[in-house]
Write a protein that binds this ligand. Structure first.
Ligand code: MF3
Ligand code: CO
Length: 279
């Protein structure tokens, strides 16, 4: 038992590179999450409860022969994380209804054919304040700036620096330090950690075939957060809104391969008149 445990720890501490065949399976997992989020984008409107959204997510995933990976992960009690306004991440779905001007991050994970997909998108219900619209736009931009650095030979710190520079550097937003992106594969969380702040050339060296979940969590105000007594809900200390976007990305030599896809989500977002398109 002990040896098994030590072996498991060891596996989690080394980067696991994927073959091209495995990458294609992971793309299927990531795209199932994209499709799930695009279904969510169709039904979002004021008055809907986040618990109803979570139920829809569970059903959609199971209808597509996959498993919602967040359920029971370290005891997490729902199928998705739904984080409204000042909730940064890991928000519990509940009976509360979404309302005009809310922003809502929806984070979904699946296991399909043994491979994990894990990504997230932040939607605006109705028309939020201009500064909140800008926060959403800039956070999404920062995700792509980070992804540009996910090439072989670069470091996790290069991704981190690009995200921090665009958000904290250019706009003075708060970059959450306590939570980070991660490797992804047969496990939801693999090596390496991918922070959203740091120095260029620091951290782990990236290799071709590494799959990363890159996920900036950016606050309108200060970077400080706390975890509520439920053990999960992470909220900003100053109660100002926070935005979260996440993509699954394969490290390649010249250009990162984004396995998840915002296109179906953005298409549904545009068609839903209850949503405000910020970026
Ligand atoms: N995207 C989040 C993460 O990578 C989702 C995990 S939620 C949990 O940590 F409930 F599964 F922990
Ligand atoms: Co993640």
């Amino acid at each position: 038992m002990l040896q098994g445990f030590v072996l498991l720890r060891y596996l989690q501490l080394m980067m696991i590179l994927k073959t091209n065949e495995q990458i294609e399976l992971m793309r299927k997992s990531a795209l199932l999450v994209s499709e799930t989020l695009s279904e969510v984008a169709k039904i979002l409107k004021p008055g809907i409860t986040t618990l109803a959204i979570d139920a829809m997510i569970n059903q959609y995933i199971r209808d597509h022969h996959a498993i919602p990976s967040f359920l029971n992960y370290h005891g997490y009690p729902f199928h998705s994380c739904i984080s409204v306004n000042d909730v940064v991440v890991h928000g519990f779905p509940g009976k509360v209804e979404l309302k005009e001007k809310d922003i809502v991050s929806i984070d979904v994970g699946v296991i399909l054919n043994g491979w994990h997909g894990d990504h997230a998108y932040t939607f605006a219900i109705g028309e939020p304040e201009k500064e909140v619209q800008q926060l959403i736009k800039v956070t999404k931009e920062s995700l792509y700036k980070g992804i540009e650095k996910a090439t072989a030979g670069n470091y996790t710190g290069d991704i981190a620096y690009a995200i921090q520079e665009h958000t904290e550097g250019k706009h003075g937003y708060g970059v959450v330090r306590e939570l980070v992106g991660h490797g992804l594969g047969k496990n939801l969380h693999e090596d390496p950690q991918v922070p959203n702040y740091g120095k260029r050339g620091s951290g782990k060296k990236l290799k071709e075939g590494l799959v990363l979940a890159i996920e900036p969590m950016i606050n309108l105000g200060s970077r400080y957060v706390y975890t509520e007594s439920d053990g999960w809900t992470v909220r900003t200390k100053d109660r100002l809104p926070s935005v979260h976007f996440e993509h699954d990305v394969c490290v390649r030599k010249n250009k990162a391969d984004i396995l998840s896809n915002y296109q179906p989500i953005e298409a549904a977002e545009k068609l839903n008149s209850e949503l405000f398109v910020c970026a």
